[in-house]
Design a protein around this ligand. Structure first.
Ligand code: PLP
Length: 408
């Protein structure tokens, strides 16, 4: 009796142990994946009626018709198989020619790898190089992908803060001061999400020069490189770097041509780096979506007036939101020069998450709290102006009187 009871209890124990083992089987790296604040807000908003979203990080403008046509034509032509692992040859050639001309840099097809959006490109760059003891410099605030990816892959994040008083410009001296013996790479996101800051040539060149001198890798995320509102030229790393030995330039079709859901991006780097990343890409996603790559060829080779038209619309919205933020009590704004985000501060002691949640519940306007983007900006809010001027007006018609009543 006793023996059988013991047997049962040991069976129960082994079941418990098995269960525990199953639960413990997640890779510990999963702990580095946060529950993004952006999701919390959007989930809550989904349960509410009459919400105005200033939270969205993707273009609202339609994909140009010639690009859609190329996608559909590719499907009808039976282009539904895998492409070459480096990308559809026509797309790799189009990217080589496009970038070679735009930045006056001699590129070969071996400098290019086509990926599933800039997200996969950044994933490959970080996952292929992060390791314990390797420190990555990241601006604070920064796009919410970078820090978790670095930590998931064993790397260490060191933040370099940017500030609203300085229009969230990145001071090259802050980057240089942050470099230490463990510094392995810098993530340079220009134009920046969430701040909309565009770094001028002098900043990019100073940073690249120092990184090249010290052998530090630079992973440049340039997905908003066409959304530049005030400057005549954009200082891409492809144009500013002496060579590509320590550079990976990452971009995609998502923003420029309103193709976020088609999932095509790329990395441009030295031939040696592309060779390694290509292997990793094969074992990660194999290839990017084939008809979407044909759509990409049409985007690059087609008339670029569609990009100019979109830029003009975003600029008009940028001007409007700058004006509306300036009229809003408690918000301390500035003029973002690119992308489609503004990132004004609240007074220093205010918890942006708490305020954003209350604002959503009480006004039905959804924005993203600053703590989604780093550690030092918990009193900031990200406003996306990837929405119409009418919606921006309607949102601030609610926000301004509500803010005026807050005793912050
Ligand atoms: C700075 C930045 N990088 C990368 C991405 C992801 O781009 P993709 O759609 O090409 O994966 C985004 C999307 O919001 C972004 O804001």
């Amino acid at each position: 009796m006793v023996a059988s009871a013991n047997h049962e209890s040991s069976q129960a124990k082994s079941r418990t142990v098995k269960y525990r083992k199953t639960k413990a089987s997640w890779n510990p790296a999963m702990q580095a994946v946060p529950i993004p604040g952006i999701r919390r807000m959007v989930n809550l908003a989904a349960t509410m009626k009459d919400v105005i979203h200033l939270s969205i990080g993707q273009p609202d403008l339609p994909t140009p018709k010639h690009i859609i046509d190329a996608y559909v034509d590719a499907l009808h032509a039976g282009q539904t198989g895998y492409t070459m692992d480096a990308g559809l040859p026509e797309l790799v050639t189009a990217l080589r020619d496009y970038y070679g001309k735009r930045y006056n840099r001699k590129l070969t097809r071996d400098n290019i790898l086509v990926t599933n959006g800039a997200t996969e490109a950044m994933y490959l760059a970080i996952a292929a190089t992060a390791a314990p003891g390797r420190q990555f410099l990241v601006t604070d605030p920064s796009f919410l992908l970078y820090a978790p990816l670095i930590r998931m892959n064993g790397g260490e994040v060191k933040y370099v803060p940017t500030h609203v008083e300085n229009n969230h410009q990145l001071d090259p001296n802050d980057v240089i001061r942050a470099i230490g013996p463990r510094t392995f790479a810098l993530i340079l996101n220009n134009p920046n999400n969430p701040t909309g800051a565009v770094y001028p040539r002098s900043t990019v060149e100073a940073i690249l020069e120092e990184c090249a001198y010290r052998g530090i890798q630079v992973y440049a995320d340039e997905v908003y490189d066409h959304f530049i509102f005030d400057d005549d030229e954009f200082a891409s790393v492809l144009n500013c770097a002496v060579d590509l030995d320590n550079i990976m330039c990452i971009s995609s079709f998502s923003k420029t041509y309103s193709m976020a859901g088609l999932r095509v991006g790329w990395v441009i780097s030295s031939q040696a780096a592309i060779k390694s990343l290509r292997r990793y890409h094969m074992f990660t996603t194999s290839v990017a979506n084939t008809p979407a790559q044909f759509a990409g060829v049409a985007a690059l080779n087609g008339d670029q007036q569609c990009v100019t038209d979109m830029l003009n619309i975003y600029r008009e919205r940028r001007d409007k939101i700058v004006d509306l933020i300036a009229q809003t009590p408690h918000l301390n704004g500035y003029k973002p020069g690119g992308a489609f985000f503004a990132f004004p501060d609240l007074p220093p002691h205010v918890d942006g998450t708490d305020l954003a949640l209350r604002m959503l519940k009480e006004t039905g306007v959804c924005v993203v709290p600053g703590d989604s983007f780093g550690e030092g900006c918990t009193n900031a809010l990200r406003f996306s102006f990837s929405t119409t001027c009418e919606k921006l007006d309607a949102a601030f018609d609610r926000i301004i009187p509500w803010m005026a009543k807050q005793n912050l």
